[in-house]
Every structure is written in structure tokens, then in C-alpha cells.
Design a binder for this molecule. Structure first.
Ligand SMILES: Cc1cc2nc3c(=O)[nH]c(=O)nc-3n(C[C@H](O)[C@H](O)[C@H](O)COP(=O)(O)O)c2cc1C
Length: 208
């Protein structure tokens, strides 16, 4: 690996005490241990406005979100489980990424994403599956290994300290896994080319 990979963590709830944020921090630590430069985009701190297609001019916070995500080699997403799926705040952050549709390459093209959820109960995989739909829409690749944290209030205390060694290992492993796969993408010089989509469009036009 020549350049240090950038891994951006996106998530947490808007709550002061957030287990999805604590889980995200651990996964980022795993990515850092694997040699990546890491950044946390904490949704509580970002305080994003609601994405409105009629008023798309990004605020400073939205700009930070959009540019950080676009500049990342890989990401870790961590949503709380709300009503059987991802939180509205997390989905709103993803909606802001719609502004990346006009870039070359567009959206989160060829970025590697690791998925985490924190749930009160045991159905955290539902939030993970919802996030997986979004990775596809945003042209990213999610790693097959995922970490749905069940009964999250027992796993993380109010200070964010983890009390389950196996969940800690799972989260750190996920961070390392995102770095491992992102390295593969980064090593392929033919990816991330500005002309890539243009060439694809030409091929489609020629086939029509
Ligand atoms: C609005 C709301 C909806 C929730 N819905 C669910 C749910 O459907 N299933 C579940 O297991 N836990 C549910 N919970 C519990 C949260 O998933 C749990 O408290 C989790 O730790 C929240 O993430 P956070 O700690 O990052 O804030 C809900 C909590 C809230 C506040």
C-alpha cells in the first residue's frame, strides 16, 4: 500500500448516550489498527438539516458530510435500530449524498463499506439489511461481514465502554476487514478513473 487509506465512520444517534456511536468508535479503532487514517462523522455533532430536494444548497455540515464521504476509500456505517429499521437521522445523512450524483465517478462509486447497527432487542440485522439497499443505490460495496449489536445497552455502558469482549472483537474485525478490502480496490489503478463512467456511457450508446 502506497498512500494511507482514509476510512470515514458515519453514524450514531442524536442522543447524548449512543451505543451505535460507541460501536462505530470501536470499528474505527479496528480500521486504525489496520493502518488506516480514520475520521468520525458523528450525526449528533453534525446536526444536519433535513435534506430537501427543493433547497439542495448544502449547509456547512452537509458539505462536510458530502466531501468527507466522497474523499474516503472506505466507510463504516452505524445506525441505531428504530422501528425495525435505520433511524431517520441516519437515512437523512444518506439522502444528502444524493448531491454526489453529478460527480465523476458518481455517488460512493467503488467505496468499501462495513455495516453496524445497535438495537434494544435482537433484530438489528433488519437495519443492516436496509443499509445494504442503500450501499447498492450509492454504487458502493459492503463487506459480507456485518455487526448487528443486540441488547446494546448491556453491551455498552453510558460512557461508551464495552462490556462484551466478543462484540468488541467483532467490531474491530469489521474495521480491519474494510481496510483489507479497500486496499484491494486502491491497488487497482484502473478504478476511480474520471473517464470510467464516460466510457461506460459510450459503450451503452454504441450497444443501443
Ligand atoms: C424511536 C426508537 C425506536 C426504537 N425501535 C426499536 C426497534 O424497533 N427494535 C429494537 O430492538 N430496538 C428499538 N429501539 C431501541 C434502540 O435500538 C436502542 O436503544 C439503541 O441502542 C439506540 O441506538 P443509540 O444507543 O445509538 O441511540 C428503539 C429506540 C427508539 C428511541
Amino acid at each position: 500500500m502506497t498512500a494511507t487509506l482514509k476510512i470515514v465512520g458515519l453514524g450514531g444517534s442524536l442522543a447524548r448516550v449512543s451505543r451505535s456511536r460507541a460501536a462505530l468508535r470501536l470499528a474505527l479503532e479496528g480500521a486504525a489498527s489496520a493502518g488506516a487514517e480514520t475520521t468520525l462523522l458523528d450525526l449528533r455533532e453534525l446536526d444536519l438539516p433535513m435534506y430537501d430536494p427543493d433547497h439542495e444548497e448544502p449547509t456547512v455540515a452537509a458539505e462536510l458530510l458530502i466531501e468527507s464521504c466522497y474523499g474516503a476509500d472506505g466507510m463504516l456505517w452505524s445506525s441505531p435500530m428504530y422501528q425495525g429499521t435505520i433511524s431517520g437521522a441516519f437515512k437523512n445523512a444518506l439522502d444528502w449524498l444524493h448531491l454526489l450524483g453529478g460527480r465523476e465517478p458518481p455517488f460512493l462509486h467503488d467505496k468499501v463499506i462495513g455495516l453496524i447497527s445497535a438495537a434494544g432487542g435482537t433484530q438489528g440485522l433488519q437495519a443492516i439489511n436496509t443499509m445494504e439497499f442503500a450501499t447498492r443505490a450509492l454504487r458502493a460495496w459492503d463487506v459480507p461481514y456485518v455487526v448487528p449489536v443486540s441488547t446494546a445497552a448491556r453491551v455498552f455502558d453510558e460512557d461508551g465502554a464495552v462490556h462484551d469482549a466478543s462484540v468488541k472483537l467483532q467490531l474491530e474485525t469489521l474495521g480491519g476487514e474494510v481496510v483489507r478490502v479497500a486496499q484491494r480496490f486502491a491497488a487497482d489503478g484502473s478504478l476511480h478513473r474520471a473517464t470510467e463512467c464516460e466510457e461506460a456511457a459510450e459503450r451503452v450508446a454504441a450497444a443501443a
